[in-house]
Design a protein around this ligand. Structure first.
Ligand code: DX5
Ligand code: ZN
Length: 214
């Protein structure tokens, strides 16, 4: 699978968001990663379906909504309606996974499960038949700009092993730079999220291309 780069707008300039999105489009981003936080599942707050809906109107790039929220069941229909192309929620929420994943897939949206650094990767085995992708967190969710936790890399290899011949994508999120991108790619990831590493640079093209070619 080709490596896809998904800039996380969490680190973008929100006062100039439309321009930031134009810049990452031009720079060759494959996907836009949107971090939704509720101040309960994680100790931070971001935005809801309304912003996703507005972004949908100004870009054709696929929108990847990462729900770091305690009550995905309530919000999934709202993000479907807002125009998400990928939706993931966390295994730690103890939700009715099968039901929610199939609700997402019925609308042709890719459905994923995200997993925190401290959660055992074996917990995803029970839902592998129902997902399109697994999102492996390589930082503690809540903030951009944190350091990549190398202890999570074995989980990428484990998902490759568990998925057998199933067509399941592996997304890695947190602390991605050229060095950690290479580690994640070599372990089997095919979608890399990067926030701080992209948006803190002047030349987004150079960094996105560099990440894709690690
Ligand atoms: C963290 C978010 C990430 C974050 C990644 O809770 O899920 O998507 O924006 O940011 P960086 O690349 O700065 O670690
Ligand atoms: Zn994320």
């Amino acid at each position: 699978m080709n490596l896809k780069i998904a800039p996380s707008i969490l680190s973008a300039n929100f006062l100039n968001l439309e321009n930031e999105i134009r810049k990452i489009e031009k720079a060759g981003a494959d996907i836009i990663h949107l971090d939704v936080m509720d101040g309960h599942f994680v100790p931070n707050l971001t935005f809801g379906p309304e912003l996703v809906n507005q972004i949908k109107k100004i870009t054709n790039l696929p929108l990847d909504v990462h729900l770091m929220i305690s009550n995905p069941k309530f919000f999934i229909p709202k993000f479907i309606e807002a125009g998400a192309d990928f939706i993931s929620f966390h295994i730690e929420t103890d939700s009715e996974y099968e039901k929610l994943l199939s609700e997402i897939q019925q609308t042709k949206i890719k459905a994923g499960i995200a997993i925190n650094p401290e959660t055992d990767i074996r917990s995803i085995k029970k839902i592998l038949n129902f997902v399109n992708f697994i999102l492996i967190m390589t930082v503690h969710p809540g903030f951009g700009g944190q350091k990549f936790i190398s202890e999570c890399v074995h989980k990428i290899r484990k998902v490759c092993e568990f998925r057998d011949k199933k067509n399941i994508e592996i997304e890695v999120d947190g602390g991605i730079n050229f060095q950690t991108a290479k580690i994640a790619k070599d372990a089997g990831a095919n979608i890399l999220v990067a926030g701080n590493f992209i948006f803190k640079q002047k030349n987004y093209s150079k960094v996105i291309k560099g990440l894709r070619d690690v």
